[in-house]
Design a protein around this ligand. Structure first.
Ligand SMILES: *Cc1c(COP(=O)(O)O)cnc(C)c1O
Length: 382
C-alpha cells in the first residue's frame, strides 16, 4: 500500500464540480487582479472567522510581512522596524515566521515551547521582554491553538502588538472563537498543502482594526492610496482571482474536513495510547474547559525512542511520514542574528522526537488501519 502524507487528487475529485464552476466564472469575467471572486472570498472568510476585515494577499509569508510592515508604520511612521526592535516568537515553526520578522527590519527573539502543545510558552515570553520589544508573534502549530488568554494578557500589559500566525490552523477555536480573531492581526496561508489550500500560493490578513486593514490593503497594491499615487512603500502582493475561486469552493467544506481530521486523530490517539515509546498529541490545555479545537492540520507524535528507525520502517511500508521540523530556527544560518531566551531545551527535544503521520479528510479507513498496524508491528518486534 502507498499512503502519501498528502493526497490532493481525492479532494479535487470530491469538489470537482464546484471548483470547476468557480474557475469557469473567473474565465468568463477575465478579471484576474482583485476581481469579484477576491471580494467574495474575503467577505465569506471574514464572516466565517468572525473578523471585521480580511485582505487577500499572495502568500502566508506576505500576510505576515505586510502585517508587520503596517505595525511598523503605526509605531514608527515608516514601513520598516529598526534592527534594535525585538519581536518575540517560537523557534519551533516554519521558516517563514522568523523570515518575515527579519524582512520587516526587526530582530527575532526566540523563546522556548510548552512541551505539552509544541506552542510558544507564555511564561518564557514574559522573561524575554525588554525595552526594545515591540510585539509578539505566536504560531498556532499543527492546528492547535496557543494559550491565547495568557498571551493576550501579556501583550496588553506590556503594550505590545500581537500578530497570530494561523498558517496551520484555519478553523481551529479557542474559547469557541476562531483563532486569528485574537491578535491585532492574523496571517493565514492557503499554500496547497494547508488544511484550506489553493491551487498555488495564496494568503490572507485578518484584523478588526479599520486603520490596519486600510494600510494593508494599500501595502498589497504598491502602497497606493489613489490610483498611481503611492502613500507607502508597498508590495506587489495580491490574492489571485483564480485562487480565490478555488478557495471559495473549498471554504464551504472546511468544517466538514476539519471534523474528519479530528476523527482520524482520535482513532490514532486510541490506537497508540498503550505504546510506551509514543506520546500522542495531548491538547495540553484542557480542551473542554477552554472550548478548544485542535484541527490537526498535522498529526504529530512524540517518538521517545528509535525515531529514525521507525521513520525508515514506515517509508519501507509505503507510508509517507515526515519530521516537522528537524531543525529549529535558532540553529539556522539565516537567523544567526536572532536572540534566544534561555537554552530552548524543549525545542531541542521536540526536533529530535516529533514525527508526523498522514492525516487528511480523504484518508480511507483501511489506510488508517494500515498505518496503525505498521506502527504496532514495529514496536512489537523489539
Ligand atoms: C506555511 C506556513 C507559513 C507560510 O505560508 P506560505 O503561504 O507558504 O507563504 C508561515 N507560517 C507557518 C507556520 C506555516 O506553516
Amino acid at each position: 500500500m502507498q499512503i502519501p502524507i498528502l493526497e490532493l487528487k481525492r479532494e479535487y475529485q470530491y469538489l470537482k464540480k464546484d471548483i470547476d464552476q468557480e474557475i469557469r466564472a473567473c474565465l468568463n469575467t477575465q478579471k484576474w487582479i482583485l476581481g469579484p471572486k477576491v471580494c467574495e472570498f474575503e467577505k465569506k472568510v471574514a464572516e466565517y472567522l468572525g473578523l471585521k476585515y480580511t485582505i487577500g494577499v499572495a502568500s502566508g509569508t506576505d500576510a505576515l510581512l505586510l502585517s508587520l510592515s503596517a505595525f511598523a508604520f503605526k509605531l514608527k511612521k515608516k514601513e520598516r522596524f529598526d534592527s534594535r526592535d525585538e519581536i518575540i516568537t517560537t523557534p519551533f515553526t516554519f521558516i517563514a515566521t522568523a523570515e518575515s520578522i527579519l524582512r520587516s527590519g526587526a530582530r527575532p527573539v526566540f523563546v522556548d515551547i510548552d512541551p505539552a502543545t509544541f506552542n510558544i510558552d507564555p511564561s518564557e515570553i514574559e522573561k524575554a521582554i525588554t525595552k526594545h520589544t515591540v510585539g509578539i508573534l505566536p504560531v498556532h502549530l499543527y492546528g492547535s491553538p496557543c494559550d491565547m488568554d495568557k498571551i493576550c494578557r501579556i501583550a496588553k500589559k506590556h503594550n505590545l502588538f500581537m500578530l497570530e500566525d494561523v498558517a496551520q490552523s484555519f478553523g481551529a477555536e479557542y474559547r469557541r472563537e476562531k483563532v486569528g480573531s485574537f491578535g491585532d492581526s492574523a496571517a493565514f496561508s492557503f499554500f496547497p498543502s494547508k488544511n484550506l489550500g489553493g491551487f498555488g500560493d495564496a494568503g490572507l490578513v485578518g484584523t478588526d482594526n479599520k486603520a490596519t486593514a486600510g494600510l494593508i490593503k494599500s501595502l498589497r497594491d504598491h502602497g497606493q492610496n489613489k490610483h498611481y499615487n503611492a502613500a507607502y512603500l508597498g508590495f506587489n502582493s495580491r490574492l489571485d482571482s483564480i485562487q480565490a475561486a478555488v478557495l471559495l469552493a473549498k471554504l464551504k467544506h472546511i468544517d466538514e474536513f476539519n471534523r474528519k481530521r479530528i476523527k482520524i486523530a482520535n482513532t490514532y490517539n486510541q490506537a497508540f495510547k498503550n505504546i510506551p515509546q509514543i506520546q500522542t498529541p495531548a491538547s495540553g490545555l484542557r480542551a473542554s474547559d477552554l472550548g478548544l479545537t485542535h484541527i490537526y492540520h498535522l498529526y504529530t507524535l512524540r517518538i521517545i525512542s528509535r525515531r529514525a528507525k521507525l521513520l525508515k520502517y514506515l517509508h519501507s511500508k509505503g507510508i509517507g511520514t515526515r519530521v516537522y521540523y528537524p531543525f529549529s530556527l535558532d540553529r539556522m544560518r539565516a537567523f544567526k542574528g536572532a536572540k534566544c531566551q534561555g537554552n530552548l531545551s524543549e525545542t531541542r527535544k521536540a526536533t529530535s522526537e516529533v514525527l508526523t503521520l498522514p492525516i487528511h479528510p480523504f484518508l480511507k479507513t483501511c489506510e488508517i488501519e494500515y498505518v496503525i498496524k505498521s506502527i504496532r508491528s514495529f514496536y512489537q518486534k523489539l
